[in-house]
Design a protein around this ligand. Structure first.
Ligand code: UDP
Length: 318
């Protein structure tokens, strides 16, 4: 297949490009580098199966070649208010990438008869009052809350995707992505793994927000990409959760990072991020298991070990 990936220079987009190239596909990548980095795709320069266009997918996109599939991954995604590349500081771009960007991609898919896969998110569940979260759970979100620009854009994107599927018969897929980590994460985007692993490698105390009892479930990037590609190859049109169901508190997560890195500096407690920091999050992956025969394989300590070399290199410690 010839596959268009928007957000190809991002953390997930670049890993998807690598895996799909290895599967024999040709990749047309697009990115405007607002949050993605040229470093993430530098190794693909010269690969004759990879072409790149610097584009903002919120504007009309012209694709010169026939594309068989489109993976729409372009969007800011970090919730950290301090981060320049987080969606708090890119609120309009975030809404445009989810709304206009999705519309543009679906327009191409409709005209060209391409398959379309939307990168959605566990954030569409908001601060959930059902636990773990199955795809049938409609969410607990606030349209004017602090995370609204991201979660409402993604909710709109899901609705638009289903509308194109139901009304125009576009061959669509929707993946709801839960917390993921691995090499090529933006070290400055303020999320839990980049912040804490960087601190650990520098021998600093790890900053845990609040009392650290809030939970997340962290998936290693190779497992996530494997699930997304299985979904792309499947015939499933309704949303599918992809994430690791092993839930832990952020305090346990920080302790695991200190253990694996041998960091002796401990933990320092900071103010909670906000009252809207989701308190619990864990995917129910029953559907992924049944439909895709998928489940994650890499445990947290192994995933941290695989991520360390990238961070060491970025920090000049390698
Ligand atoms: N967090 C933390 N210390 C940090 C960065 C994040 O305790 O230095 C917490 C944050 O408050 C949240 C969790 O880690 O409860 C996951 O945050 P992240 O930004 O990775 O993404 P989220 O799951 O909130 O979308």
């Amino acid at each position: 297949m010839r596959i268009l990936i928007t957000g190809v220079a991002g953390f997930l987009g670049s890993h998807l490009a690598d895996h799909l190239l290895a599967d024999g596909h040709a990749i047309i990548g697009m990115d405007n580098f607002v949050t993605g980095s040229p470093d993430n795709i530098a190794h693909l320069a010269g690969n004759e199966k990879f072409s790149f266009y610097r584009r903002d997918v919120s504007n009309y996109i012209f694709v010169p070649d026939k594309v068989d599939a489109i993976l729409h991954f372009a969007s800011p995604a970090s919730p950290n208010p301090q981060s320049k590349s987080g969606y708090f500081n890119l609120p309009i771009q975030t809404m445009k990438a989810g709304a206009l960007g999705t519309h543009n991609c679906l327009g191409i898919a409709r005209v060209q008869g391409s398959r379309f896969l939307l990168a959605s998110t566990s954030e569409i569940y908001g601060d959930p009052d059902v636990h773990p979260q199955p795809e049938s759970y409609a969410g607990n979100v606030d349209p004017v809350g602090p995370r609204a620009v991201y979660d409402e854009a993604k909710r709109f994107a899901e609705s638009l995707t289903m509308a194109y599927h139901r009304f125009h018969n576009v061959d669509t897929r929707i993946v709801r992505i839960f917390n993921t980590y691995g090499p090529r994460m933006d070290m400055e985007d303020g999320r839990a793994l980049p912040n804490l692993l960087k601190q650990a490698l520098l021998g600093q105390p790890l900053t845990v927000y609040g009392d650290g009892s809030q939970t997340r479930s962290f998936c290693y990037v190779d497992d996530l990409v494997d699930g997304i590609i299985k979904l792309l190859y499947s015939e499933e049109h309704l949303p599918v959760n992809i994430g690791n169901p092993v839930e832990m508190s952020i305090l346990q997560f920080a302790e695991a990072i200190n253990r694996v890195t041998g960091n002796q500096a401990g933990i320092t407690y900071m103010d909670a991020r906000s009252a809207r920091d989701p308190q619990r999050r864990r995917p129910d992956i029953t559907r992924a298991h049944e439909i895709l025969k998928w489940e994650p394989k890499v445990d947290l300590e192994e995933g941290i070990r695989r991520t360390i070399p990238f961070f060491k290199q970025k920090l000049g410690l390698a």
